[in-house]
Design a protein around this ligand. Sequence first.
Ligand SMILES: C[S@@+](CC[C@H](N)C(=O)[O-])C[C@H]1O[C@@H](n2cnc3c(N)ncnc32)[C@H](O)[C@@H]1O
Length: 234
Amino acid sequence: MSGHLYGLGLGPGDPELITLKAWRILRAVPVVAYPAPDDGASFARSIVAPWLSPAQIEIAIRIPMEIARFPAQEVYDQAAVEIGAHLDAGRDVALLCQGDPLFYGSFMYLFGRLGERFRCEIVPGVSSLGACAAAAGFPLAARNDALAVLPAGLADDALARRLEACEAAAIIKLGRHFARIRALLTRLDLADKARYVERASLASERVLPLDAVALDEAPYFSMILLHRRGEAWK
Ligand SMILES: C[S@@+](CC[C@H](N)C(=O)[O-])C[C@H]1O[C@@H](n2cnc3c(N)ncnc32)[C@H](O)[C@@H]1O
């Protein structure tokens, strides 16, 4: 019988935010796969490193960071072949996912390739949205508020249109876009209604007003939360 594929959400970074279910499955599977940069360590793996066993087979899926989503397809194709071979041989495979697997997670590309051929279970994780809101003490939305999740790579006019159409927003994937996004929010008179959150739930976590961020570039694991009515919950 073929193995089970598990998509394990591991939460935003603090190992205490892993669910009991993900932890149980992680310790039981013979094969563990995870996304990793070209060279260097995998963030998802680092969250659970103390619980990995030397007996487990590890597959690092090396995704070149500079390429956009579609050229990465070959990497996922190859990973699907490698993982599929373990599943065909009856070995269960856990795919580690930072945050939640289905919230902007690369897990979905392997799920798309393997999810119909093999039995698959997805274990949700604490997403960065909830983690950043908790870190900043900044409620995401209430009552009839519409909350938009906006990737920072969108063009300014698209971002401005979408910000106009919602009460609250989370702007993710800041990185090299940070200075442009801050300028846009300043122009839209939203900068003082926003919070910058970096590496939520980790020891290096930082929460700052936008004008206190010294850098023009933010780390990859950062986002801006804002509410058009300011701290509307007060
Ligand atoms: C590709 S998405 C992955 C999201 C992840 N699957 C989740 O559920 O949160 C990566 C973006 O999520 C946000 N992010 C993830 N973890 C974060 C953290 N610990 N602190 C701040 N932002 C985080 C950042 O905006 C980052 O660019």
